[in-house]
Write a protein that binds this ligand. Structure first.
Ligand code: PEP
Ligand code: MN
Length: 270
């Protein structure tokens, strides 16, 4: 049986609240910190990003950390602050559901349901997202093949949701000098075999801020429908993924350069 993720039914154009935010002519930038840490942090960062023209704010309230003793997120309180971002700055938000215990709380607030790399194999979470009325961004697990990503995507699609984006965020290879290895060859296969909007994540793949701008520029040139980038107002103090966060000035410069690259390849970076 042909996978729905490889068929013609998927929506290439995805609207949120009547506004088309993803389509083949756009490279949509989703920027923000790894985690919701405090109200001040979230409101300040969102304000600065909104001023730059960013429409989709990213931040996790439920963080599936490898270390069980590391900061796990601001949870329900974090979702309330994300709601405040939406109401104050008119931004859309993307935030992650890490398991079934937080699915409905996340679903109520978020504009895009993010299923992270570690949850890519959580069948019941995938099915729950498939029954939701909001778009889903599914990240490839760092140990999964592209074929496995397509198959997991079908757990969402079979439940009815056709607004699904697929994200390459780096896979584990023998190389340890970067956090992961961004698999652009795999991304080319996703592009070739699926209509799902392709999202690339230079932050989690590179893992170190010195490399993130170059990788992000390559992602725009590669041709994708969206990019997830971590931005923190004070990376040294970030409670999660501090090494890879760009500060606001670095992101601002990068954003302008990405727009120029988009012009060259015929995609509007916004
Ligand atoms: C994230 O986007 O902050 C995240 C946890 O990413 P990943 O699931 O790709 O590790
Ligand atoms: Mn992160």
């Amino acid at each position: 049986m042909e996978l729905i993720s490889k068929g013609n039914e998927l929506n290439r154009n995805i609207s949120i609240g009547g506004e088309e935010l993803f389509n083949p002519n756009t490279c949509r930038i989703m920027a923000g910190p790894c985690a919701v840490e405090s109200r001040d942090q979230i409101m300040y960062t969102a304000e600065k990003l909104a001023e730059m023209g960013i429409k989709i704010f990213r931040a996790g309230a439920f963080k599936p950390r490898t270390n069980p003793y590391a900061f796990q997120g601001a949870h329900e309180q974090g979702l309330k602050w994300l709601e405040e971002v939406k109401n104050t700055y008119g931004m859309k938000v993307i935030t992650e559901t890490s398991d079934a215990t937080n699915f409905s709380a996340v679903e109520q607030v978020t504009d895009i349901i993010q299923i992270g790399a570690k949850a890519m194999y959580d069948h019941s979470l995938l099915r729950a997202a498939g029954r939701a009325s909001k778009p889903v961004l599914l990240k490839r697990h760092f140990g999964a093949t592209v074929d496995e990503l397509f198959k997991m995507a079908d757990y969402v699609l079979v439940e009815g949701n056709r607004n699904l984006m697929l994200c390459e965020r780096g896979i584990r290879t023998f190389e340890t000098s970067s956090r992961f290895t961004l698999d652009l060859c795999g991304a080319a296969v996703i592009k070739n075999e699926s209509r799902a909007p392709l999202i690339l994540d230079p932050s989690h793949s590179m893992g170190y801020s010195f490399g993130v701008p170059d990788i992000a520029k390559a992602c725009v040139a590669f041709g994708c429908e969206g990019i997830l980038i971590e931005v923190h107002h004070n990376p040294e103090q970030a409670l999660c993924d501090k090494d890879q966060a760009l500060n606001l000035d670095q992101f601002k410069d990068l954003y302008e350069t990405m727009k120029n690259i988009g012009n060259v390849i015929g995609k509007e970076v916004k």
